[in-house]
Design a protein around this ligand. Sequence first.
Ligand SMILES: [Zn+2]
Length: 266
Amino acid sequence: MPLRALLYRRPSEPQAITLVFDGMMYLVRVNRHRRARRYTLRIHAATREVVLTIPPRGNLNEAKAFAERHGGWIAARLGRLPKAVPFTHGTMVPLRNMEHRIVHRRTMRGTAWREIDERGNRLICVAGDAPHVSRRVSDFLKREARRDLDAAARRYADELGVKVKRIAVRDQSSRWGSCSTTGVLSFSWRLILAPPYVLDYLAAHEVAHLVEMNHSPRFWRLLERLCPHMARAKVWLDTHGADLHRYGAPDPRRQHNGRGARASVF
Ligand SMILES: [Zn+2]
């Protein structure tokens, strides 16, 4: 953390507050910002996070009161986002853009695997106790993403005669992929939910950066030669990309038994 941020950080400042509005509880992340001039609320559509920014000299009680006054706004904005799809029994997940149903098989051995049932339905089966289902599905999808990304990146690297140092598969909300100057390629695991030609395009894009570390006309010409379905993949991402963030996303809303608007700190 930079020194200036440390100076403005109160030692006992909480990371988040909860806000109750209309019977629902909302988790609001608190962010003290040295250049902020007033209290502001933001909703990150990709991560579904509610963020409350506090100016350097602002205080938490004022911040809470501000959030309470805007409870209706938070509720309305979150309500307009496409519905979150948690990884639970019965949920449909578009693995490689094909609908798969999550089926919890508590008594089975193993972790998570694919299956096709007698009617031809595609399933993602998960063993073990219910609290582990979500993490096992997400681990399974990350493994599948890594397998496809490894294969595609290796193929493109061979074609260009370059070497991929390492591939990292992460939960990054801002970018689908990136390439470091040290040759490490990073990707969002959510690409496994897109059509395979989209994942393939991202692999080609990041491998092409091992030759051209920029977005110059030369880079795009190289990439177009390497990956003829580039334009189609970009259109798909522009149209459907944001939707992939719904999956496995925690919902900041919780049912609450109390009434009225009230904020508490934890
Ligand atoms: Zn790029």
